[in-house]
Design a protein around this ligand. Structure first.
Ligand SMILES: *Cc1c(COP(=O)(O)O)cnc(C)c1O
Length: 457
C-alpha cells in the first residue's frame, strides 16, 4: 500500500479491502462453488502468488504439474483425497508430507476440535489448561519406555528446537551429532541439524557444535564420538530420524539404531529421535522407535500429531532429562503451543489411531502397496533403481531426477499426487492416509504402471 495516499483515497481503499474480504468470506462459507467462482478463485490465487506471496512457487509448481494445470488450486478434501477448485479429485499420496495419517478431515478429529471451539479456542496463559495435562498423560502412556514429560509446540521445527535446547540445558554440553541427508526443519537451530547444503549455506554460521556423519555408518559415528571426547567437546546429543523422510526414505541398516543407543550411553550423550514424520503410526508401529526396539531420551513429534486438522507438535522426554526445566518452566515457552484446539485434535487423533488399529493397518497395507509397486516396475529397471519402504512410508528411487519429475507429472495428470524429496524427484515419496482403501492403492499402482511405460529412461 502506498504511504502518500490522501485521506479520501485511503478510506476508499479500505472500503475496497472490506468488500474483498466479504467476497472471500462468502466463498469460504460455500460448500460448492460455481464455474465462474472457480475461475475467479484460480485467477486471484495465481495473481496473489505472483504479486504478494512468492512468484517462485508458480514456476516450481509448473515443474511438478502438466502444462496449464500449473494453476491447480486446491479447495476441499476428505478421506484419502482432495479436490481442486474445478472439482477434479486426486488421490493424495503426498499426504502433506505425512500429516494425514488419520485421513483428511477425519470426522472424529473435526468433531473434537469444533466441540472445543464452541467452548474455548485458546488458553488464558495463566490458569491451568486441562487438555494439555490429559494429552501429556496419554503421551506418557503410548510413547516407548519411560518417556514421561511433554512440551507442546506448533510444528516439527519447533519440536526439534525444543529438543536441542533441552539437551543443552540437561547436559551442559554444546556438541551435537547429526546425520547426512537429515531433515530437522529450517529455523536456525533445527537447520544446524538439517543436512542439505543448499538450505544451509546462505545462513552459515549456524549453531556452533554440529557435526554430520553419514546416516547408517556406525563406524563414523563411533569415531566421531571418540574424537569429540578426545578434544574435550563432549557430545550433548545425537539427533536423527529413525527412518529418513526428506532424505529419500532411507531405512537404517540392521542393528544401527541400537548401536547408536549404546554409543550414546557409553559417552553420556542423549539420543533424540526426530519422529516428526515417522511417528503416529506411519511406519507400522505407533512410533518407529518400537520397530527397532530402541528407547530414545527425547522424541520429537508434529506433522500427523494434529490429525491433519490442527498444527501441533510435541517433545516427550524422560523425567531425568526433562527435570532440567522443572525449576523454571519458562526457560522455553510458546504462546500457542499446546493450545486447547491443538490438544483436542491430538487427543482425538491418538484415539482414532488406537481404535482403528491404524499403525497395524499401515504395516499390512504398506506391505501390499510395496509388493504391488515392485511388481508394476518390473521390466522398467532402466528407469527405476529401487522401491523401498516401511509401513506407509514408501520411496521410489529412479536413475535420474528427470524420470522422477516425469513420473510425478504423469501421475498428477492422472489424479494422483506424489511427493519429491528435498526439492528433488530422484526419489518420489508415497505417504497416503493410513486409512487408504485397497481399491485406491490398486488405482495408484495401475496409474504408476501406465505412466512408467510412457516416460523415457
Ligand atoms: C517435516 C519435518 C520437520 C519439520 O517440521 P515442520 O512442521 O515443517 O516445521 C522436522 N523433522 C522431520 C523429520 C520432518 O519430516
Amino acid at each position: 500500500m502506498s504511504i502518500d495516499l490522501s485521506r479520501e483515497a485511503k478510506s476508499e481503499q479500505m472500503k475496497n479491502v472490506s468488500a474483498y474480504i466479504d467476497k472471500v468470506l462468502s466463498l469460504i462459507e460455500k460448500e460448492e462453488v460455481t464455474t465462474e467462482e472457480a475461475a475467479w478463485i484460480t485467477k486471484e490465487t495465481v495473481d496473489g502468488f505472483r504479486e504478494n506471496v512468492n512468484p517462485g512457487f508458480l514456476s516450481y509448481r509448473k515443474t511438478v504439474t502438466k502444462d496449464s494445470q500449473f494453476a491447480a488450486v486446491e479447495w476441499s478434501d476428505t478421506g484419502s483425497c482432495f479436490k481442486d477448485v474445478n472439482g477434479k479429485e486426486y488421490i493424495d499420496c503426498l499426504g502433506g508430507f505425512g500429516i494425514y495419517n488419520v485421513g483428511h478431515r477425519n470426522p472424529k478429529v473435526v468433531k473434537a476440535v469444533t466441540d472445543q471451539l464452541k467452548r474455548q479456542a485458546l488458553h488464558s496463559q495463566d490458569l491451568l489448561d486441562p487438555l494439555r495435562a490429559m494429552l501429556a498423560k496419554i503421551l506418557a502412556d503410548i510413547t516407548p519406555g519411560d518417556l514421561k514429560y511433554s512440551f507442546f509446540s506448533n510444528s516439527g521445527t519447533e519440536s526439534v528446537e525444543a529438543a536441542l535446547k533441552l539437551a543443552k540445558m540437561y547436559s551442559d554440553r554444546t556438541t551435537f551429532i547429526s546425520t547426512t541427508r537429515a531433515f530437522h526443519g529450517k529455523s536456525l537451530g533445527a537447520l544446524s541439524g538439517t543436512a542439505k547444503g543448499m538450505f544451509r549455506k546462505p545462513f552459515l554460521p549456524l549453531i556452533p557444535g554440529f557435526r554430520h556423519v553419514p546416516f547408517g555408518d556406525i563406524d563414523m559415528m563411533r569415531k566421531t564420538f571418540e574424537i569429540c571426547s578426545s578434544v574435550g567437546e563432549d557430545v550433548a546429543a545425537v539427533i536423527l530420524e529413525p527412518i529418513q523422510g526428506e532424505g529419500g526414505i532411507i531405512l537404517p541398516p540392521e542393528g544401527y539404531l541400537k548401536q547408536v543407543r549404546e554409543l550414546c550411553d557409553q559417552y553420556g550423550a542423549l539420543l533424540i529421535f526426530d519422529e516428526v514424520q515417522t511417528g503416529m503410526g506411519r511406519t507400522g508401529k505407533m512410533f518407529a522407535a518400537e520397530l527397532y526396539d530402541v528407547v530414545p531420551d527425547i522424541i520429537c513429534l508434529a506433522k500427523a500429531f494434529g490429525g491433519g486438522v490442527m498444527p501441533a507438535g510435541a517433545v516427550v522426554a524422560k523425567e531425568e532429562v526433562f527435570k532440567s526445566w522443572f525449576p523454571n518452566p519458562f526457560m522455553h515457552t510458546t504462546t500457542f503451543g499446546g493450545n486447547p484446539l491443538a490438544c483436542a485434535a491430538a487427543i482425538a487423533t491418538i484415539g482414532v489411531l488406537i481404535e482403528e488399529n491404524l499403525p497395524e493397518r499401515a504395516a499390512v497395507v504398506g506391505e501390499y502397496f510395496l509388493k504391488e509397486l515392485k511388481e508394476a516396475a518390473k521390466g522398467h529397471e532402466d528407469k527405476v533403481l529401487e522401491i523401498r519402504g516401511q509401513g506407509l512410508m514408501i520411496g521410489i528411487e529412479f536413475h535420474k531426477d528427470e524420470i522422477g519429475y516425469d513420473v510425478s507429472k504423469g501421475m498428477f495428470d492422472n489424479g494422483v499426487l506424489v511427493a519429491g524429496t528435498l526439492i528433488n524427484s530422484k526419489t518420489i515419496r508415497i505417504e497416503p492416509a493410513l486409512t487408504i482403501s485397497y481399491e485406491e492403492v490398486d488405482q495408484v499402482v495401475s496409474i504408476f504402471k501406465k505412466v512408467l511405460s510412457q516416460v523415457e529412461a
